[in-house]
Design a protein around this ligand. Structure first.
Ligand SMILES: CC(C)(COP(=O)(O)OP(=O)(O)OC[C@H]1O[C@@H](n2cnc3c(N)ncnc32)[C@H](O)[C@@H]1OP(=O)(O)O)[C@@H](O)C(=O)NCCC(=O)NCCS
Length: 177
């Protein structure tokens, strides 16, 4: 990285950048089942509707948002209360330089302060970068759901990864600034 990556809670002013980075992932066809476009208005509503245990973060350098990440409860069932699903998106121009790993490491550090004891990732088949990132961050592959959903009408597998969070880090940057 030419400049240090600063990771902070996302706000409404980040909506456009978050949407643009998300749509790059959508266009790749391997990152998500979601379809775009995600414009600023749509992402602002998405940010405003996040529950307390579903934080969104931005990674920025030189005042530019290069990446975003998020946690969301894995299930509505109370016995899975401590399990969250993670999301990490890096803008195409900033990939391959450790930004994704920084963002995921940060989620791992932040998650216990929201009461989570485990993170789970759902990686679409053919998403080699997403799978490698998970392994690099200490996640293990649980297994692969076959034909779990469709992207543009085509069935896609989903590989589930998990990491148990046995270390509680002192992270409080999820608090609104
Ligand atoms: C997946 C993604 C977040 C990786 O971000 P990144 O900043 O390029 O990742 P990093 O530079 O931190 O690399 C992390 C590891 O993944 C590897 N990697 C990154 N992209 C890769 C690719 N396309 N193919 C294979 N390996 C890849 C890196 O070599 C590195 O491996 P190492 O730790 O063994 O050296 C990025 O490609 C992206 O935003 N993709 C779209 C969204 C997505 O798929 N998110 C994952 C599911 S939530």
């Amino acid at each position: 990285m030419p400049s240090p990556l600063h990771i902070r809670a996302a706000g409404a002013a980040d909506a456009e950048a978050i949407g643009a980075i998300y749509d790059e992932g959508v266009r790749s066809g391997v990152a998500t089942f979601a379809s775009g476009p995600h414009d600023a208005e749509e992402r602002r509503a998405w940010l405003a509707g996040r529950p307390a245990r579903a934080p969104v973060y931005c990674g920025e350098a030189d005042g530019r948002v290069l990446a975003w990440s998020a946690l969301a409860p894995f299930s509505h069932r109370p016995w899975y209360d401590g399990v969250a699903e993670y999301t990490v998106y890096v803008s195409s121009g900033a990939r391959g330089r450790g930004v994704g790993l920084r963002m995921l490491d940060h989620l791992v550090a932040a998650a216990p302060s929201f009461g989570y004891w485990k993170l789970v990732g759902m990686i679409l088949g053919a998403n080699a970068g997403g799978l490698r990132l998970a392994r690099s961050a200490g996640f293990r592959v649980v297994g692969t759901h076959r034909a779990h959903g469709r992207v543009a009408g085509e069935w896609r597998d989903v590989t589930v990864v998990e990491r148990h969070l046995d270390q509680v880090a002192a992270v409080d940057d999820h608090l609104p600034s």
